[in-house]
Design a binder for this molecule. Structure first.
Ligand code: AKG
Length: 252
């Protein structure tokens, strides 16, 4: 059983100001190796449900049709995945950042990204909340690096403070990606930050923080685990995709 970490005031301030918090070396390498090996088996055997590159970018060719972008619904796949998502280690930190008890959301993320060398595509600038339906925006995601993540294999990039900005609809395209062809957006994009991640590093980011990731130029698949929690008093809107999956209480 892992012990709960306590965030410092400075870490809480950083998350509130930037909408993201980098927590290096949180999970031990052995556990990351176990999760990654299991993810590799699910990838090798194409265990559904999966998201394919072709459905993500809407281009039907052989390469994209045969490239898995992520393993979906990982909570129900194996106890090894479930144990990480329910690990008490982050419980208190999540409660403090959300302002209420955390509830594990199985409708969104709940996945292991499997960024393939060569045939993966970039993820453009976006806010995760764009297709999510909750009473308000108190949700955050927990990103766990299972291997090295760097500029070569498509590390995440973030725009600090974007979760607090009022960004008009016109600054996004029809798929609600943040447009990088607009001068006013480019000024913001120049403020991007990223962290070179090693196995066991965690990044927490707010559901409105703009982020992106490049495709994978290396010769190895990049595995990253991502799940989402919401504040207990921020329920999904009934009859939307956000309410279509069960949720897991994470008691303190
Ligand atoms: O391509 C990536 O690894 C980023 C994924 C991402 O930002 C997302 O699924 O919301």
């Amino acid at each position: 059983m892992s012990t709960s970490i306590t965030l410092s005031f400075s870490q809480i301030d950083t998350f509130q100001r930037d909408g993201l918090l980098y927590l290096p070396r949180l999970v031990d390498e052995e556990r990351c190796r176990l999760i990654k090996e299991l993810a590799q088996v699910h990838l090798n055997y194409r265990v559904e449900p999966l998201e394919w590159e072709s459905e993500y970018i809407g281009i039907e060719n052989e390469a994209y049709r045969s490239t898995v972008r992520r393993l979906r619904q990982v909570y129900d796949r194996d106890i090894v995945f479930r144990r990480w998502m329910e690990d008490p280690m982050l419980r208190d930190a999540l409660r403090v950042l959300l302002g209420d008890n955390p509830i594990l959301v199985l409708a969104h993320h709940n996945s292991i990204m499997t960024k393939a060398p060569g045939t993966s595509t970039q993820t453009r600038w976006h806010q995760d909340i764009r297709y999510w339906n909750y009473r308000d925006d108190r949700l955050l995601s927990v990103w766990l690096a299972l291997g090295e993540e760097n500029a070569e294999n498509g590390v995440l990039e973030f725009i600090p403070g974007s979760h607090r900005m009022e960004l008009s609809r016109g600054r996004f395209d029809e798929k609600i990606y943040f447009r990088d062809d607009l001068e006013e957006n480019r000024e913001l994009i120049e403020k991007r930050v990223s962290f070179r991640l090693s196995p066991g590093d965690v990044v927490l980011f707010h559901a409105k923080t703009l982020h992106r990731a490049d495709f994978n130029r290396s010769d190895r698949t990049k595995f990253s685990f991502v799940y989402t929690v919401r504040a207990a008093d921020n329920p999904p809107i009934p009859a939307t995709r956000s309410s279509a999956f069960r949720e897991i209480e994470l008691p303190l």
